[in-house]
Design a protein around this ligand. Structure first.
Ligand code: NAD
Length: 356
């Protein structure tokens, strides 16, 4: 066995259908009396209901969170937190809303209680991102890790089928890369494999019945594990490509991840045999990249970069950007094979069967 270092993050998880009712008790544990609640405009009604359930503990609501945390939005929310004398942030939503809470926690001592409603996993990481002048700057800081995450599957019932599927595949991508990360370790690998298994088993059931609470519970459980994987192990080629495609070509986050994943896996297949064996086992298949591709096809989500706004003429620039500043990766990152990978993802080709 390879030597490893394992360092657990100090988060608390409250999981289960109806667990949102435990939010007041979680605020009490933190000694918080004036919560600022955050959401996107699309989830304003939900966050207002949550605020109403908190009574006087809710100091205010800010419902203008948007994707990638523009600095102007972060500053407005920070100002509101300070004007209200808030002593805690409650984020109700996906990665965009959690990200806004993190932007507040980065410059103030406010603890975050995260109530995730997608499978993005940001609530389990110390990673934050803020967009300024069109450029998203990301970093890691222990202050932004939520003190508690309340995972209530009932809140995910309203996430549409296509968004659920793409978000779930985004979560699976976190675990796949954690399995072959430079700093992989056996505990996180256990969680990563189980997270992939739980999501792969539940997503097809959700797509055929979005209100299936049992499948929703299994998916959210898997998303938690994948979030831990993202927060605990470094990321590699797949995440680099998605950061380039999202950051420089403005492609949508979850869909980009799901389209690129099987191709990034094929690229790394021979250099990360143990990780691929574990992904294949989680999917009950023999060829991991092909099985991920087939799962996505079953989910009916976009399979081609061409479908989500990538221009063929930009593939060379994307390959150059990704090859120019690669993240650590099991296989050497080189321009020509990277361009071939991106062409496959652009066309939506099924990854060729493994050579070994
Ligand atoms: P999102 O938070 O942008 O949500 C997408 C849309 O779905 C929003 O309109 C939202 O209101 C809506 N929505 C969310 N949950 C819903 C529900 N249950 N029912 C109905 N509508 C719902 O999407 P996301 O994919 O969760 O997050 C993407 C963002 O998170 C990106 O900016 C990404 O970079 C970031 N992210 C950060 C980390 C991290 O560790 N820092 C991890 C993952 C993602």
């Amino acid at each position: 066995m390879k030597p490893f270092v394992y360092s657990g993050l100090p988060y608390r998880v409250v999981f289960g259908v109806g667990s949102l009712a435990g939010l007041p008790a979680e605020l009490d544990r933190l000694g918080a009396k004036r919560a600022l609640l955050l959401s996107t405009p699309e989830q304003a009604d939900t966050v207002k209901q949550v605020a109403a359930s908190l009574g006087a503990r809710a100091a205010g609501v800010y419902d203008r969170a948007v994707m990638h945390v523009p600095i102007e939005v972060a500053q407005e929310a920070r100002r509101l937190a300070s004007e209200l004398g808030a002593d805690c942030c409650v984020t109700v939503g996906g990665g965009s809303t959690t990200g806004l809470g993190k932007a507040i926690a980065l410059v103030s001592p406010l603890p975050i209680v995260a109530v995730p409603t997608t499978y993005a996993g940001s609530e389990m990481t110390t990673i934050y991102g803020i967009t300024e002048g069109g450029e998203k700057k990301t970093g890691r800081d222990a202050r932004v890790l939520p003190k508690c995450a309340i995972y209530d599957p009932a809140l995910t019932l309203s996430l549409p089928a296509a968004a659920s599927a793409a978000s779930g595949m985004n979560a699976i991508a976190h675990s796949v890369e954690a399995l072959y990360a430079q700093d992989a370790n056996p505990i996180i690998s256990l969680m990563a494999e189980e997270g992939i298994r739980a999501l792969a088993a539940s997503l097809p059931r959700i797509v055929s019945d979005v209100k299936n609470l049992e499948a929703r519970s299994e998916a959210l459980y898997g998303a938690w594990l994948c979030g831990v994987a993202l927060g605990s192990a470094g990321m590699a080629l797949h995440h680099k490509l998605c950061h380039v495609l999202g950051g420089s070509f403005n492609l949508p986050h979850a869909e980009t991840h799901s389209i690129v994943l099987p191709h990034a896996m094929r690229y790394n297949h021979d250099a990360a045999p143990e990780a691929m064996r574990r992904v294949a086992r989680a999917l009950g298949a023999s060829d991991a990249p092909g099985a991920i591709y087939d799962l996505e096809a079953r989910l009916g989500i976009p399979m081609r970069l061409a479908e989500i706004g990538m221009r063929e003429a930009d593939l060379e620039r994307a390959a150059r950007l990704a090859a120019g500043a690669p993240y650590p990766n099991p296989r050497k990152v080189e321009y020509a094979p990277l361009l071939a990978l991106l062409r496959d993802a652009w066309h939506g080709n099924r990854p060729a069967p493994a050579s070994s």
